[in-house]
Design a protein around this ligand. Structure first.
Ligand code: AGP
Length: 608
């Protein structure tokens, strides 16, 4: 733990970060509000945390490696000042070790400015050399630290005009950043800037809370000002002024955030992840029935496009892979799923006759945003399929749909995945002009039936807890679900897992199957059933321990997780992820893994 009262004490190593940032200025206890906000932001990064408070002429800082809870415990033992101005940070390191010294906030030479930052300052080495040649002393290798020094320098020149100082600093920086700063000469004014990563201001008449995310201030206000990219901002208690570096003043309008505080609580569950798996009773029904905004315009754009790309990362990409089957089978439309991080290969085919459907729970994934920016510059129409209202992707898209899963706090995507699949299914159905081929209410009941299997799935997990490798196989539309199931097992239980197209086993991976190897076979009774069963027999013949997930039992299964009979392949697909999520969750529980915040991961991946 480092508690800094002056800049001279500070020596820490460099880092670049994802992270959550928050500030508070106004009528209230800044420390308590910032710490509670950091708890809500912890899903964005959780390897270290820190706060800075304005105490009269001085800035008080406490920061440490570890969770926000550890920071809270440590701060409790200190004599923190009571003040209405503060900032805080929770970190996900990409460069540099996790240590007290790497934690934010970072201070300027004389401790007059404190900064929290999300993103990367690409030209920080050059800036640092220049600052050093002008006499600044650096005690860390962090890119963030240059912001503190630059602000201190500019504020000393333009102290009476912090807007000018901030504009000059932002013009100097290159890269992707959102930062929030307090200064001993700024009083209750907070400076902030957004150039890439998200920044939103919670608004009240007597206070403002700039933050990475609305979830951090919902308890205080549901009025939010989403800042445009490239905004510079001065924030005071109850007032926000924003402008571009060109000097153009930006119109700001608070909007109501339609998220209930109760939606972000665990509501009696041990983990957010488990609660969110259970939420699917309601979320799937909502995603299948909610008003879908501009769905007709979206269908029209897709119909008239020459090429349709589905761009996403991680779990959202798996939803896109399912959508490829759904669009082809239901609407006769060919689509190209693209991993956002591999988009550059595909960009040459993107033009003004293309539609890019960008799918993202957070709407903040850097790879996705980079891809859509490029696609837009080539003239493509951008359709965002998002879960977080007000997200960067939503705001950047020409048209968007909300998948209506509600806030998802657990780092592992669960309910957002099934809601994405449901929403994409509805788009395909609208394209074909057909109604939903099953009763949404029946899906909600079936979710309940699958959740009733929770204890037997927990028992299977107990028996599998010591295995080092696990395979998940599926064919056709079940193949992306195999990928998704394996991803859940990896990130939640830290067990190596591989999702495979069932037919691919014999082309290599079968060599790894030996006596006792767990293989999950996704095999609902549809046109893929018999072929998948043959693949199941192949692994069985090599000694595999088979976990069958199907609506039909087979004697080759050592364990059987029964899916309800739905009479529609697409309804079954919506249910299929649930036993996989539960299996991964209980494996993680058995193995003592950190479930809501798996190690090394963050929910919103806002750097490349
Ligand atoms: C899923 O469990 C992951 N944690 C991750 O793969 C996630 O789906 C990916 O980072 C994409 O996030 P997004 O949907 O917010 O864009």
């Amino acid at each position: 733990m480092i508690q800094l009262k002056s800049r001279e004490d500070a020596v820490w190593l460099g880092s670049r970060s994802l992270c959550g940032i928050i500030g508070f200025t106004g009528n209230g206890d800044a420390l308590g509000i910032v710490l509670r906000g950091l708890k809500r932001l912890e899903y964005r990064g959780y390897d270290s945390a820190g706060v800075a408070l304005l105490a009269g002429e001085r800035i008080w800082v406490a920061k440490r490696a570890g969770s926000v809870d550890e920071l809270i415990r440590t701060v409790g033992e200190l004599n923190a000042p009571r003040t209405g101005v503060g900032i805080g940070h929770t970190r996900w390191a990409t460069h540099g070790g996790v240590s007290d010294r790497n934690a934010h906030p970072h201070l300027s030479c004389h401790g007059e400015v404190a900064v929290v930052h999300n993103g990367i300052i690409e030209n920080y080495e050059a800036l640092r050399s220049e600052l050093e040649s002008r006499g600044h002393t650096f005690t860390s290798d962090t890119d963030t630290e240059v912001i503190a020094h630059l602000l201190e320098e500019e504020l000393s020149k333009h102290g009476s005009d912090p807007k000018e100082a901030l504009t000059r600093v932002v013009t100097t920086l290159k890269g992707s950043f959102a930062f929030i700063a307090i200064g001993s000469a700024l009083g209750s004014r907070i400076l902030a800037a957004r150039h890439g990563p998200p920044l939103v201001v919670g608004y009240r008449r007597d206070a403002c809370i700039p933050s990475s995310d609305v979830l951090s201030f919902l308890e205080l206000t549901d009025d939010a000002i989403f800042l445009e990219n490239e905004s510079c901002v001065v924030i005071g208690p109850g007032n926000v002024e924003a402008w571009l570096v060109s000097g153009e003043r930006l119109e700001l309008k608070p909007v109501k955030v339609a998220i209930e505080v109760a939606d972000i609580e665990k509501r009696g569950y041990v983990h957010h992840t488990l609660k969110e798996i259970h939420d699917q009773r309601a979320t799937l029904l909502r995603s299948l029935t909610a008003e879908l905004g501009p769905i007709d315009e979206i269908a029209k754009a897709i119909r008239s496009a020459k090429k349709v790309f589905l761009v996403a990362a991680g779990t959202s990409y798996h939803a896109c892979l399912i959508a490829k089957y759904v669009f082809a089978e239901i609407a006769g439309i060919d689509t190209t799923p693209v991993l956002a991080s591999e988009y550059s290969l595909h960009s040459r085919w993107v033009d003004n006759s293309s539609v890019v459907l960008a799918v993202s729970q957070s709407g903040e994934t850097a790879d996705v945003l980079d891809a859509v920016r490029d696609a837009k510059s080539r003239g493509a129409s951008i359709i965002g399929i998002v879960n977080m209202p007000g997200s960067s992707l939503e705001r950047f898209s020409d048209l968007h749909l909300n998948v209506s899963a509600g806030p998802e706090i657990g780092v592992a995507a669960t309910k957002s995945f099934t809601s994405q699949v449901a929403t994409l299914l509805r788009v395909a159905l609208r394209l074909s002009g057909s109604p939903i081929p099953f009763d949404p209410q029946r899906v909600a009941e079936a979710v309940e039936e699958v959740l009733e299997l929770e204890q037997s799935i927990a028992e299977i997990a107990r028996e599998l807890r010591d295995f080092k490798d696990l395979y998940v196989i599926g064919r056709g539309i079940h193949y992306p679900l195999a990928l998704e199931g394996a991803l859940k097992v990896k990130e939640l239980a830290y067990v190596h897992a591989e999702g495979l197209a069932a037919g691919e086993l014999k082309h290599g991976t079968l060599a790894l199957i030996e006596k006792g190897t767990p293989v999950v076979v996704l095999n609902p009774h549809d046109e893929t059933y018999h072929d998948t069963l043959s693949n199941c027999m192949e692994v069985k013949a090599r000694g595999a321990r088979v976990i069958g997930i199907s609506d039909e039992h087979h004697r080759s299964y050592d364990y059987f997780i029964r899916l309800p009979r739905m009479g529609s392949k697409y309804a079954t697909v919506l249910l299929e992820a649930l036993p996989l999520q539960l299996l991964a969750y209980y494996l993680a529980l058995e193995r003592g893994a950190e479930i809501d915040r798996p190690k090394n991961l963050a929910k919103s991946v806002t750097v490349k």
